[in-house]
Design a protein around this ligand. Structure first.
Ligand SMILES: [Zn+2]
Length: 63
């Protein structure tokens, strides 16, 4: 019996890569970044606004 098969220990699964990388296409950024937090922090896209969960920056989309 291997160590990982003991009760309470789940075998390691290959997780999909972070959703952060879905925002890149061929090394090009597709999502908007937070002007306050810098290029590493993406803004969450909502119906009528963009929001930064880190600093609460909100950018409203004009119609
Ligand atoms: Zn921010």
């Amino acid at each position: 019996m291997a160590e990982a098969e003991r009760k309470g220990k789940k075998p390691h699964k290959n997780k999909p890569t972070s959703k952060k990388y879905e925002k890149y296409t061929n090394g090009k950024k597709t999502a908007k970044c937070c002007p306050r937090c810098g290029p590493a922090i993406f803004l969450a896209v909502h119906k009528d606004r963009l929001h930064c969960g880190k600093c609460n920056y909100t950018e409203f989309l004009k119609k």
